[in-house]
Design a protein around this ligand. Structure first.
Ligand code: ZN
Length: 171
């Protein structure tokens, strides 16, 4: 269940999304990592800043905190993100042992351009990884978060990312 504390930390992720929006090369997805009710790391999407298609906000904070701690384990930490983590970021949370994911806007709330064309639901990754101890919860401050991302009824913003090229399933 999302608590007042969850809303507080998701608000910090929203602040990061704003910062990303205002930063050249940044983008309007924000994430924070929280441990024992304390902010441990904050960041935003830095893809265009570093010409790195993997520099999603979640990857940025996971990499940054693990590097700081010289550790590959984020066990016990909660990741807050303004947008439902994509497949890559969900798997990164699994590899890092993150204990809980809380996100704002879900896939259905935003333009399809914000997800890979063959999107698998984050919850499916967790189920198939046998990580029943990793909680995932969405819809916290969803309206504020969705406002960052074009609605699905609107035409998609042009993106060069190959992940967004239309694909057909293999036979
Ligand atoms: Zn991602």
């Amino acid at each position: 269940m999302a608590s007042d504390l969850d809303q507080h930390f998701l608000q910090l992720a929203i602040d990061q999304a704003r910062l990303g929006q205002e930063t050249p090369g940044g983008a309007q997805v924000g994430a924070v990592l929280v441990e024992d009710g304390q902010l441990a790391c904050a960041g935003f999407n830095e893809g265009d800043l570093h010409h790195d298609p993997t520099a999603h906000a979640e990857m940025v904070v996971i990499r940054r905190l693990c590097a700081q701690r010289k550790s590959t384990s984020l066990k016990g930490l909660t990741l807050y993100c303004t947008l439902q983590p994509c497949g890559m970021c969900t798997m990164a949370c699994l590899w890092a042992g993150v204990s809980r994911i809380v996100f704002g806007a879900g896939r259905e709330d935003v333009n399809a351009v914000y997800f890979e064309s063959r999107h698998l639901d984050s919850a499916d990754f967790i189920r198939h990884a046998f990580r029943s101890d990793l909680e995932i919860e969405g819809g916290v401050l969803a309206d504020t978060c969705s406002a960052f991302y074009a609605k699905k009824e609107e035409p998609a913003p042009a993106r060069e990312d190959p992940a967004h090229d239309p694909t057909t399933p293999p036979k």
